[in-house]
Design a protein around this ligand. Structure first.
Ligand code: ARG
Length: 460
């Protein structure tokens, strides 16, 4: 029998209770449910429902229940539907007179929201800490790779030389935006849902300003119908987590390719690879593959929450219980790999020689050669054409651009001669790009320094 049933009624079918119950989903909220209930009891005292001695007793008993759950000494009962009813039932069995008063003026519709918001506040703080570690790992690795050259790609075809530091800082920027997005996504966590009641606002003179301060919210929510029906704050968080997961998935994809012996740009630490049950030589990048694959979970969760909310009539509907299914799978997924990813970034070994050799092949300096002509008065389109023909010639005869003879160069344009060979080195290409946001070694160095300052700032 559930708490809200009269003893005269028959208890609901066990199978139905199993279906409607949510304990499996919401038991992780127990601490926050207690925190909300302690504050609620204080608000009830102000409203004259408890006297101060009673409040003291209720608070102390709630804390005892919290400890018992924490220590695994209290078996939660799925027949009691959810975590809220479990805790209330415990309180009532320990305090038969005071327990039944706790839910005065409150609904599980506003209660569950305060629990989830308090839970997310803690989760976000931890998540941001983990994300800062990842950001730090990128900065640390970039600092050591200012001179390392590798081919940059477009369409996965070799395009122009970049430094490895520039590449690493690209991911720093992506994950920094994720950090800022998660920070901003916090806004919805600042309004207090408690006091909205089932949908129309609590029928008791509850001091919501007090409750907001007491539970660390900026202000009480402004419309009870909106409050119990909205899940924007979960949506905002899922959006942030999804973009973060997409970034992690792109990094994973790159390094899966890089670590393939065919590319050989990097080697993952052995602990980040797994062997094959049949092929003895294999070192597979399973961790990166799972991070890449699990980004799908985030996209699915985002879509799942959307389909849940679409076309629900105001205000609360039981569908909303499913919000936690999508929220927790998204959060748990990201938190399961985020610390691993930071360790992987810190420990990956880059093969500088292989990268440098790749950067010296495939005509990566072709654009620079066209620029050279353009600077000497040839229209860029025409210059592009001249260099394209030189590339064709070199490709056909299996040479690099700098291996073309002086006669061949001069035949293509009288402006070209021996002096361009120097220009065709990757280093020269990098040095031409000392522009804000470019791959020039000096600006990348500045980017690393600014990133370090930024990290120090957000850390404090
Ligand atoms: N377990 C429910 C949820 O997560 C709590 C609210 C239930 N409210 C109700 N009226 N049945 O949303």
């Amino acid at each position: 029998m559930t708490l809200w049933q009269s003893s005269a009624e028959l208890g609901p079918d066990q199978g139905l209770l199993q279906f409607t119950g949510s304990l499996e989903l919401d038991s992780r909220l127990f601490k926050y449910d207690i925190e909300g209930s302690v504050a609620w009891a204080e608000a009830l005292e102000k409203a004259g429902i408890y006297n101060s001695d009673e409040l003291q007793t209720v608070t102390q008993t709630l804390r005892e229940i919290e400890l018992d759950i924490e220590r695994g000494q209290l078996q939660l009962d799925p027949q009691l539907e959810d975590i809220h009813m479990n805790i209330e039932a415990q309180l009532t069995s320990r305090l038969p007179d005071l327990g039944p008063r706790l839910h005065t003026g409150r609904s599980r519709n506003d209660q569950v929201l305060v629990d989830v918001k308090l839970y997310l506040r803690d989760q976000l703080a931890e998540l941001k800490q983990e994300l800062r570690q990842l950001l730090q790992a990128f900065v640390d690795r970039a600092a050591g790779e200012q001179r390392t050259v590798l081919p940059g790609f477009t369409h996965l075809q070799p395009a122009q030389p970049v430094t490895l530091a520039h590449y690493l800082m690209a991911f720093f920027e992506k994950f920094r935006r994720d950090y800022q997005r998660l920070d901003r996504g916090n806004q919805g966590l600042k309004t207090l849902p408690l006091g909205s009641g089932a949908l129309a606002g609590s029928g008791y003179s509850i001091d919501r300003e007090f409750l907001a301060r007491r539970l660390g919210f900026a202000e009480p929510s402004r419309n009870s119908l909106d409050t119990v029906s909205e899940r924007d704050f979960i949506f905002d968080l899922l959006h942030g987590l999804t973009v973060l997961a997409l970034h992690a998935s792109r990094l994973s994809e790159d390094w899966i390719i890089w670590s393939s012996p065919t590319f050989g740009f990097c080697r993952l630490e052995d602990s980040f690879t797994t062997g094959s049950s049949i092929m003895p030589q294999k070192k597979n990048p399973d961790i990166l593959e799972l991070i890449r694959g699990q980004a799908g979970r985030l996209l699915a969760a985002y879509q799942g929450l959307g389909s849940l909310l679409k076309a629900q009539p105001l205000a609360y509907n039981r569908d909303l219980q499913e919000d936690k299914f999508y929220l927790f799978i998204a959060l748990d997924t990201v938190r399961s790999w985020l610390p691993l990813l930071a360790r992987l970034v810190s420990s990956v070994r880059f093969n500088r020689d292989t990268m440098a050799a790749a950067a010296g092949k495939n005509f990566l300096a072709a654009t620079d050669l066209a620029d050279y002509l353009t600077e000497r008065g040839v229209e860029f389109r025409r210059a592009h054409n001249i260099v394209r023909q030189l590339v064709e010639l070199a490709r056909k005869t299996d040479r690099k651009l700098e291996q073309l003879t002086t006669e061949e160069l001069t035949a293509a344009s009288s402006l070209l001669g021996d002096e361009v060979r120097q220009l065709l080195q990757p280093q020269a290409s990098l040095e031409r790009r000392e522009i804000i946001g470019g791959t020039g070694p000096r600006v990348v160095q500045q980017a690393v320094e600014r990133a370090t300052d930024w990290l120090n700032e957000v850390e404090s």
